[in-house]
Design a protein around this ligand. Structure first.
Ligand code: DAV
Length: 366
């Protein structure tokens, strides 16, 4: 039996990966955790239901572009099994009128070494999303005797998990930035809640973004679950909607990170990188002024790239400035047309989840 699951970071040579699917995707109804993430001026406010079929087909076409690039380079690609996401769901603690999607996998699955853990998301609509990946988990479990199949403690997501009246239409951008700076987010600390895309894996070190989707209790939980790793809480005060680290702080190879120029890592949190001779470079400007229609994410998906190995990176095809910068930083750039998949939850990094990268758990910050 072969080893199927192994990945310690985002840059070692990629051999096997999961790519999401847009089928049956839903714009979820508002709930305590999500209203916060839909900007007031977004055309998505107050709207919910199945996404238009033509956009689903086009999103899937984009994901097929990515699958082809990966397979042409010998990377094995696995796909989730979509559910009927517009079903209502319930637990003893809450009811929700629908689920969401199985895009993007990066939010749900965290791979650390030979373990893949399903996350503890704060959105009620994402509570059962892990089920789309369970057939793959079972396959890895059958075929790889070392695979650790894990589910993080499930949050209850009662009303106590959220600050009520946190969200207010009248709140200004400045006030949002004050809240981010004060680490005042919509979630409370009654239980660990986290999205896998808030966790940046770097061998012995995990850098976890504290923001709208991941709370402090999650950081404590991680440190106790992985006592042999160092868990670092990071936050980016310039971001009015801080969710997920992968359009903010993105490693390209050992020693090199691109950082969103509007969301700079604070001085005191840079120390560990500087002390270990890591270079933090400001990411290039996005090529677009606006995200595509019906998209939750910002234009900074421009930097949400998929590193194939320390010299090779896939960048979205229209993001010419980001491509140019990667080239100057010594990376071979493979463009991939993926922009019409952005509305389903993100860019190239988001749309994937690591299964196998060559390499071991190293200490990059000795
Ligand atoms: O900039 O909107 C998107 C991250 C998606 N995983 C942003 C963050």
């Amino acid at each position: 039996m072969a080893k199927i699951v192994n990945s310690w970071n985002d840059w070692d040579p990629l051999k096997r990966v999961i790519v999401g699917r847009c089928d049956n995707s839903v714009i979820p109804p508002e709930e305590p955790a999500t209203s916060e993430k839909v900007p007031v001026d977004s055309e998505m406010r107050g709207m919910w239901g199945l996404r238009p079929l033509a956009t689903v087909e086009r999103g899937n076409e984009c994901l097929e572009n990515l699958v082809k690039i990966l397979e042409d380079r010998g990377v094995v690609v696995d796909r989730p099994t979509p559910l009927q996401w517009n079903q209502a769901i319930g637990t003893p603690d809450f009811r929700n009128d629908s689920m969401m999607t199985c895009m993007p996998p990066r939010d749900i699955l965290l791979t650390i070494g030979s373990e893949i853990m399903a996350s503890a998301n704060s959105f009620r609509c994402r509570y059962f999303e892990y089920l789309a990946y369970w057939p793959l988990m079972k396959q890895y479990f059958d075929e790889d005797p070392e695979f650790k199949w894990t589910q993080a403690p499930r949050p209850r997501l009662t009303d106590a998990s959220y600050k009520h009246n946190y969200y207010d239409e009248k709140i200004s951008l400045e006030e949002r930035l004050v809240r981010t700076a004060n680490k005042d987010f919509v979630t409370t600390e009654v239980e660990p809640m986290w999205d896998a895309a808030d966790v940046m894996r770097m061998g012995k070190d995990l850098f976890i973004q504290h923001g709208l989707t991941t709370n402090r209790t999650a950081m404590d939980w991680f440190q106790r679950y992985y006592p042999e790793y160092r868990v670092h809480a990071v936050n980016f005060p310039g971001d009015p909607y801080p969710i997920h680290i992968d359009a903010t702080f993105v490693p390209l190879r050992p020693g090199l990170i691109i950082n969103n120029p509007h969301r700079k890592l604070p001085e005191e949190q840079r120390a560990i990188f500087e002390a270990n001779d890591w270079q933090i470079v400001e990411a290039a400007q996005p090529a677009h002024d606006e995200p595509p229609a019906l998209c939750y994410s910002s234009v900074w998906l421009s930097m949400n790239c998929l590193v194939l190995d320390p010299k090779t990176v896939i960048v979205e095809a229209s993001e010419v400035y980001q491509q140019e910068q990667m080239d100057k930083l010594g990376m071979n750039v493979i463009p991939c047309d993926l922009r019409d998949a952005y509305p389903f939850g993100g860019g190239l990094h988001c749309s994937t989840a690591d299964v196998y990268r060559e390499g071991d758990c190293l200490d990059y910050f000795p």
